[in-house]
Design a protein around this ligand. Structure first.
Ligand code: UD1
Length: 424
């Protein structure tokens, strides 16, 4: 029997919680280690399953990887292998971020296609067209994306959409290409800035990090480095939204509050007292949250990864909220599960209209992805009775010690089913 969470509604979250390194950064930083022969050390790694899974992908490419607490050491050989097979990548989509580094280092890459998932189809066309402009020949063959380049050269690349993954793959190929590459309409997420910072430490020449134009002067070789992963803004914001929903008082540490500017503004609009601090923020919500509208957009817009939590907040807010999903086409599927909890919610295309009610009512619900699962747990915390959240392995992929952290804040949650497995 797979594990599930029993969430008892009615508690008010209070206390302090620390977040670890960002999931969406650490995996790309691990892939970037492929770019330099020698040992790269990454610290503040989160204790989530995707880290050892990525370690396996890198081992399959010839690296030696050591995981010790929150430190990952990757020893990259002079000549990495260039084939990341399906067995290694099928378990998590982010493994596709080895594509750019492999093309750069080996001048060829064969990376199995991970396929779509619960939030949308997730094509790789922009990754491929960017690599083509850098001089690679890229096709899809036998379920793999294949890229080969006799010569990688700089290019002007304008992305049709500021895709996080495409920006990362093109950037990691361009750092070892000949000449200058300009990526226009690049993604500006803090995790991209984190990657740029690590690449610069390795000797890459990258300008414009955090803006929508990245300028890269290719260099002949990079050196290994030591780098600390930025704090996970999505996990941090999850706790902030949970504080607001439960009328709680929570201090979150380990994250740069500037990475959550718009999210914290939205919580203020919902009536929370939000105090940014040097290494985090505090959210105090004294009365029922007010309804707020949300539209997900690439950074610095409202993160699509927090849309399920925004829906959770809207379900019990005073008033009607309009939530617009602009990034992933299928990301409203989990709303059916919210409706099981009594939410007054309706979706139409990429819009959801949610009329807040004063309390949800517990029911069994199923997680379909990491963030939907977390959103359902938050909804369980404000439901009358005990909500059973199933398929919680999704939540464990993105949230280290999720249950323990919520319990420490006074949340009524326990894990039942088979014994928890150690992710390392
Ligand atoms: C990353 C994050 C994910 C987050 C998302 C948007 C990781 C491991 N995951 O995913 O948590 O929700 O950014 O902030 O970092 N697209 C194309 N063609 C492409 C590439 C993307 O059409 O070649 C589309 C996607 O289908 C999606 C949109 O662009 O609709 C955004 O995707 P993208 O920014 O690439 O997200 P990921 O990097 O996959």
């Amino acid at each position: 029997m797979s594990e599930r969470f029993l969430v008892t509604g009615g508690s008010r979250l209070s206390g302090e919680v620390s977040v670890g390194g960002a999931k969406n950064s650490v995996l790309k930083l691990m892939a970037a280690a492929l770019l330099a022969e020698g040992t790269t050390e990454i610290t503040n790694c989160p204790d989530i399953l995707d880290v050892p899974l990525m370690a396996d992908v890198l081992r399959g490419l010839g690296c030696e990887v050591e995981l010790a607490g929150d430190v990952v050491r990757i020893a990259t050989p002079a000549e990495p292998k260039y084939h990341a097979d399906f067995a290694a990548v099928r378990q998590f989509r982010a493994s596709v971020c080895v594509l750019g580094p492999l093309v750069a280092r080996c001048r060829q890459a064969v990376v199995a296609l991970p396929g779509g998932d619960a939030i949308g189809s997730r094509p790789l066309d922009m990754h491929q067209s960017g690599l083509r402009l850098l001089g690679a020949h890229s096709t899809i063959e036998h379920g793999c994306v294949v890229a080969r380049a006799d010569d990688l050269h700089g290019a002007n690349i304008r992305l049709a959409f500021p895709s996080v993954g495409a920006t990362e793959n093109i950037l990691m190929a361009a750092v070892l290409a000949k000449g200058e590459t300009v990526i226009d309409n690049a993604a500006r997420e803090p995790e991209i800035v984190d990657l740029c910072n690590m690449l610069v430490q390795m000797g890459a020449k990258v300008g414009g990090a955090g803006s929508s134009t990245l300028t890269i002067q290719g260099v002949r070789r990079l050196e290994p480095t030591s780098h600390r992963v930025i704090g996970d803004r999505i996990v941090a914001a999850t706790w902030g939204i949970a504080a607001s929903m439960t009328r709680g008082d929570v201090r979150v540490r380990g994250v740069n509050p500037k990475h959550l500017g718009l999210v914290l503004d939205k919580l203020s609009s919902a009536g929370a007292e939000v105090t940014p601090e040097t290494d985090g923020f505090r959210v105090v919500q004294r009365a029922r949250p007010r309804a707020v509208n949300f539209a997900t957009l690439p950074y610095p817009g409202f993160p699509t990864d927090l849309q399920p939590m925004a829906i959770g907040l809207a379900t019990i807010a005073d008033g009607t909220s309009m939530i617009t999903e602009n990034v992933f086409e299928a990301r409203f599927r989990f709303v059916e599960e919210m409706i099981r909890l009594g939410a007054d919610a309706r979706t139409d295309g990429h819009h959801a209209v949610v009329r807040g009610i004063s309390q949800l009512s517990s029911a069994p619900v199923w997680s379909s992805d990491i963030r939907a699962g977390a959103g359902l747990v938050l909804a369980g915390l404000v439901s009358e009775g005990v909500t059973e959240v199933h398929d919680v392995y999704h939540i464990d992929r993105g949230y280290p010690r999720f249950v323990e952290n919520l319990q420490a804040l006074g949340g009524g949650i326990e894990r039942v089913g088979t014994e928890p497995t150690d992710a390392r």
